[in-house]
Design a protein around this ligand. Structure first.
Ligand SMILES: C[S@@+](CC[C@H](N)C(=O)[O-])C[C@H]1O[C@@H](n2cnc3c(N)ncnc32)[C@H](O)[C@@H]1O
Length: 242
């Protein structure tokens, strides 16, 4: 399988994040996280995943708003257990690490979280697991979209898939689609939550294509919906159709 690397990401498409997105940032999400998330960014040195993007922030906001102090996403999927969570294209690990902190604060959580990306991002993700003291609860895995899933996700499927800002380059659309299909192949497919920043018209090809196999439902019932809409940033649930 050909590996497609998108290290330059949005070069020429969107402005870079400002230089203050280098080094370490503390994110408490308006105090919702008692222990703020600490994220080391490398300013893009290891690829576009080396910094935090707004779609990742949206997904964290949503997960924090809809989780209570007992269960992850209790407000959106009451009674559903999200013991195993996988984030695709994690970059810094922001979203998966946020889930790790939510789980840590939860009374009943024994969840395992996997943050994944291409090889280049592993050391940044591992440093972010450490700096948030989430070793043992959050694990960094290499997962190239379009390649066979690592065994740990085949033998023990995940309950929740998260993907923030992973729809941005047409060459990667079929690869990402294949990974989403592989992850939802079983009898009890995981919930998929995807955030997306609209930049180019071509992105609609991804959503048109996946509609053959997934119902794409926009989620609007969260507090900062209007704020993110102004930034052309959206949240979807992808529901596997069989
Ligand atoms: C725009 S960044 C988003 C990073 C992070 N989710 C966030 O919201 O801050 C897109 C991520 O997708 C990853 N990515 C791109 N192509 C990939 C591929 N073929 N397989 C796995 N990950 C890929 C990049 O390395 C990068 O970390």
């Amino acid at each position: 399988m050909e590996e497609v690397v998108f290290s330059s990401c949005f070069e020429g498409l969107v402005p870079s994040r400002p230089v203050e997105h280098l080094g370490k940032v503390d994110l408490s999400f308006s105090g919702k996280l008692h222990n703020p998330l600490i994220i080391n960014e490398d300013g893009g040195e290891s690829g576009c995943g080396g910094k935090v993007w707004i779609a990742g922030e949206l997904l964290c906001e949503y997960l924090l708003e809809k989780s209570d102090n007992k269960h992850l996403l209790a407000g959106s999927f009451p009674g559903r257990n999200f013991g195993r969570v996988l984030e695709l294209g994690s970059g810094t690990g922001l979203v998966g690490l946020c889930v790790g902190l939510i789980n840590q604060a939860n009374t009943y959580a024994e969840g395992q979280v996997f943050i994944s990306d291409i090889d280049n991002l592993m050391s940044l993700m591992e440093s972010n697991i450490k700096v948030n003291a989430l070793d043992g609860a959050v694990h960094a895995e290499v997962l190239w979209w379009g390649t066979p899933l690592p065994d740990i996700f085949v033998t023990n499927p995940v309950d929740l898939v998260l993907a923030a800002d992973c729809v941005y380059l047409e060459a990667a659309f079929p690869l990402l689609e294949k990974t989403l299909l592989d992850l939802t192949d079983g009898d009890q497919p995981p919930v998929i939550l995807m955030t997306y920043k609209k930049r180019r018209k071509a992105d609609k090809h991804f959503f048109q294509k996946i509609k053959k196999n997934f119902e794409v439902v926009e989620i609007k019932d969260f507090k900062k919906f209007d704020l993110y809409l102004k930034q052309r940033t959206h949240l979807f649930e992808l529901i596997r159709q069989k």
